[in-house]
Design a protein around this ligand. Sequence first.
Ligand SMILES: [Ca+2]
Ligand SMILES: [Ca+2]
Ligand SMILES: [Ca+2]
Ligand SMILES: [Ca+2]
Length: 237
Amino acid sequence: MNRLTLLSTALLSGVICFTATATADVLLTETFDNNSGFSQSVGFFSDGQHDYFGINGSAEDWGDGTTPSGQKGYTGFTDNFLTGEDLDGEGATLPITLNWTGIDVSNQSDLTFSGDFGASDTNLDRSDEWYFEVQFDGNGFTKVMEFVFDPNHPDSINAGFFYGSEALTSVAKNFSANINGTGSSMDLRMTIDFNSGSEDFAVDNLRVASFSAIPEPGSLAVLGLIGCVGLVRRRRR
Ligand SMILES: [Ca+2]
Ligand SMILES: [Ca+2]
Ligand SMILES: [Ca+2]
Ligand SMILES: [Ca+2]
C-alpha cells in the first residue's frame, strides 16, 4: 500500500466515523432539585405516612406536610427525585399533571425524551395511569411515553407497570423514546393517576434532547489518525 492510498484510507475511515457521530443538544433537564421548572395541578402534600406527593432527597419538599414514613426506598436516582403514593389520599383531584412549557425546539430535529423511572411492582391496577405527552406550538398533546399494567397478569389489580418488556421496580431504570413532530415551542406534560395505598412512583432526570450529526473537525482529525495508526500496524506484521 503506498502512502497516498494509506492517507486516503485514513481520511475515509475518519469520515465514516464522523458521519456516525451524533451530538446532543439538551433542551430540557429536570433534576427535581426543586419545583421551579414546572407547574403542577396539585401542590406537594404529605400526611407523614402513606399518602404523599413531593420531592425526596437532600432538598425534600412535602409542601406543608412532614417526611412520609411509608416511602418505598427507591434507589438509583440522583439525590432529589419526585415521588408519590395514593395520590388522592389527602383529597387531591386525579389525575395529577405536571407541565414544562415553552421548550425552544426551533431548528431542532430528531427529538428524544428520556428519564429515570420506578414504580410499585406489586400494587398497581389496570385502571392506574402514568404517561408523558408533548405538544408543539399549542396544537394538541400526543403521547410519547406510557407505562402500562403488566400485560401478562391474570387479573386487573395489584401488579407492576411496564414500559415495553421492562418492568418498573424500586430501582431506577432509564427509558427513552423518540418524539415525533417539530415546531418552535414544545410543551411536555406528565399525567399520573395512582389512587390507592401502596401505589407509588418515582421519577428523576427527565430530559429532552435533539440528536444531529454535526461536523467536528477535531474528532475527524483524531479518528483519521487512529485509522492511519491501525493501517501502519497491520503493514508491519
Ligand atoms: Ca435528581
Ligand atoms: Ca392497587
Ligand atoms: Ca389503583
Ligand atoms: Ca386513595
